[in-house]
Ligand binder design. Structure first.
Ligand SMILES: Cc1cc2nc3c(=O)[nH]c(=O)nc-3n(C[C@H](O)[C@H](O)[C@H](O)COP(=O)(O)O)c2cc1C
Length: 144
């Protein structure tokens, strides 16, 4: 049984045009998964990809092109997915375009976090369902 799980975890998979060597994914951890933490994983079995901390699309756009703890990517990092959140479709599209331009391999759209503290500052998903649906549609169209 254990061998079966290991075999499955080590099987390659295709995500869009990205061929990933295994199914080990370092998930998004707000407050933690910035570049120094993500680099630690490469000392072990390199993950298929790592995910950034959740980044507010609006905040990212307001900060301009100066790299921050949220957008900084270390040269040693391999496949990197940025997770963005927001309630305004235009901000999500612009933030995704910016991240794509600085080398994002994947973009993950956070569709809502149940934690009240996060819902206050990152109003995606449950708070504004109609915006999220529109945002996802816009996002999908612009990034096909
Ligand atoms: C401290 C902490 C921060 C997290 N931040 C995020 C986040 O920003 N975005 C997200 O989608 N999930 C976030 N999660 C959820 C994790 O990525 C993960 O899905 C969850 O811990 C379940 O992982 P497991 O199935 O390995 O137990 C967070 C979890 C923890 C514990």
């Amino acid at each position: 049984m254990q061998l079966d799980i290991r075999t499955r975890l080590n099987a390659p998979f295709l995500l869009g045009t990205l061929l990933l060597p295994n199914r080990l994914i370092q998930g998004p951890l707000a407050g933690y998964s910035c570049a120094p933490l993500r680099q630690l994983f490469y000392q072990f079995i390199p993950p298929a990809y790592c995910v950034s901390e959740m980044i507010s699309a609006q905040d990212l756009l307001q900060r301009g092109t100066t790299p921050t703890r949220y957008s900084y990517r270390a040269p040693e990092e391999k496949h990197l997915c940025y997770q963005i959140s927001g309630a305004t479709p235009g901000h999500l599209v612009d933030a995704a375009s910016y991240l794509q331009a600085i080398g994002a391999d994947l973009i993950d759209l956070n569709c809502g976090c149940p934690k009240p503290k996060i819902r206050k500052t990152h109003p995606t998903g449950p708070l504004r369902p109609q915006h999220t649906v529109n945002g996802q549609n816009t996002f999908a169209r612009r990034h096909q």
